[in-house]
Design a protein around this ligand. Structure first.
Ligand SMILES: [Zn+2]
Length: 476
């Protein structure tokens, strides 16, 4: 309904000004094919006019006459609305595990130079908006300032601040309030720094999760969670707004016989990432009730299917992240992530990896089941923003059985609407922010071609892939 209203508004806006003279600073882009995910159609020989930060006109056929500051022939290219990566830790530096007074301390400090690199790579791969699901709120606020001022080049971001999680997770990217006063102070601090979301993490107790959801809402923040032992069902009952990752790995969502097996096998390792899927009964009453409640409460889920895939395949990462793509991640973050994945598979035998790979189709089936049921589904990478993994994440959703046009909608207008930004980005239409990606190949024919970006326009400003990746070394 909302989408329909917007389309009518856009149509009225267009007919009200049939042939406005192009502003002198306007740029005409013409000759391309425009993909419209909402209408599932391709408009051939399309054109659009960008003035300042805004799309002022769109059409097809002969472009309107007028004086333009610039005319750009985009023949042979495919235009889509700028992509939205809804799970991108854009301000995150490398994970570090240190020993402080003999005890481990896990930190994810923000490093401006790394943030600027990640932001530029996100944009290079067509991502003009990100939802950052957790990071140092001071660094996040600095990100927003530098992007808004044009000092840094990168996507617009909505953020969650410090991730609420007990030690050993410490430092600016984490917080662990204990008293009611501390909970309120942390939510107030994050809200004051311009955060939109409050991220609750997997080692919180159910009581802590409940407190987190409550204080988030009291301070105007949306509560999102990455859970493990506390079930998605319980989180929804407590009022959670969003759930991250295809890891609903609580024993409470397994039927009793499978639950006993699951609990008997649980160890100090990450095998539960596949074990839960081996045991879950998607046709059983518990999962059935969960899906029904997610739909009823319209809880936004974000599958980050690449996370499951990468954990299951951590014994042969080069097949999942080709070595030639390493250069699009900052070397420090890449090294830390690879080390983190290696440490995370402690205790995994070759057989565990085989079982993980065998569980992947069930992970994809879980995503498809939620999508088909009508659960609002975002799409995000769990990386630092875009990069080659963005196209890969989209491809995993297509592999799950979600039609390609629906996935194109997920990464553009659906994601934008779920972030509350649908009025100004996520569509190519007059009056919208000029956030546009030009691709060399048609991604509706092959979703993996989403990564073949030629040019990206963010808030009206055009950047070529080549210019954004100028310092990224070519590998032999
Ligand atoms: Zn994450």
């Amino acid at each position: 309904m909302r989408r329909f209203t917007i389309m009518i508004a856009a149509a009225l806006a267009l007919s009200a000004c049939q042939t406005p003279p192009a502003p002198d600073d306007a740029t005409l882009y013409y000759g391309f094919a425009r993909l419209d995910p909402d209408r599932e159609e391709i408009v051939e020989d399309a054109w659009l006019v960008v003035a300042g930060e805004t799309i002022v006109r769109t059409g097809a056929g002969a472009p309107p006459l007028g004086r333009y500051a610039d005319r750009r022939d985009m023949t042979g290219l495919f235009a889509l609305p700028g992509f939205v990566d809804a799970h991108a830790h854009i301000t995150a530096g490398p994970h570090k595990i240190e020993f402080r007074d003999g005890a481990p301390a896990v930190t994810i400090e923000s490093v401006d130079e790394i943030t600027q690199f990640s932001a530029r790579m996100a944009l290079a791969f067509g991502v003009t908006t990100v939802r950052n699901p957790g990071g140092d709120p001071v660094a996040n606020a600095r990100y927003d300032e530098n992007i808004a001022a044009g000092v840094w080049v990168g996507p617009e971001a909505l953020h969650a601040g410090a991730i609420i999680q007990p030690p050993p997770f410490v430092g600016g990217a984490f917080a662990y309030p204990q008293t009611e006063e501390e909970w309120n102070a942390e939510a107030a601090r994050q809200a004051a720094l311009g955060m939109t979301y409050f991220k609750l993490y997997q080692n919180l107790t159910e009581d802590e999760l409940a407190t987190g959801v409550r204080v988030a809402h009291e301070h105007g923040l949306k509560a999102i969670a990455h859970l493990n032992m506390v079930s998605w069902m319980r989180a929804v009952e407590l009022g959670i707004d969003g759930l991250e990752h295809a890891l609903p790995t609580s024993p409470d969502l397994l039927e009793s016989e499978q639950r006993e097996k699951y609990l008997a096998d649980l160890g100090p390792n990450s095998k539960f990432y596949y074990r839960w899927f081996e045991l879950a009964d998607f046709d059983g009453p518990l999962i059935g009730a969960l899906v029904e409640l997610l739909v009823k409460e319209q809880v936004q889920v974000n599958m980050t299917l690449g996370v499951n895939e990468i954990v299951y395949n951590a014994d042969r990462l080069d097949e999942i992240i080709p070595v030639e793509d390493h250069r699009f991640a900052h070397p420090q973050n890449l090294a830390a992530s690879l080390g983190f994945l290696e440490a995370g598979r402690a205790g995994w035998s070759p057989e565990d990896h085989e079982r993980g790979r065998a569980a992947m189709p069930k992970v994809l089936a879980f995503a498809k089941m939620l999508y088909d049921a009508g659960v609002p589904m975002m799409l995000g990478t769990d990386g630092n923003g875009g990069g080659p993994t963005f196209a890969h994440e989209a491809a995993l959703h297509v592999e799950a059985g979600i039609p390609v046009w629906n996935v194109l909608r997920m990464i553009t207008s659906d994601n934008a609407e779920m972030l509350g930004l649908g009025e100004r980005t996520g569509r190519i239409a007059a009056g919208m922010e000029a956030d546009i990606v030009f691709l060399r190949k048609n991604p509706a024919e092959d979703i993996s071609r989403l990564r073949d970006v030629e040019l990206v326009i963010a808030n009206g400003k055009a950047h070529s892939f080549a210019a954004l990746t100028y310092d990224v070394a070519e590998l032999e």
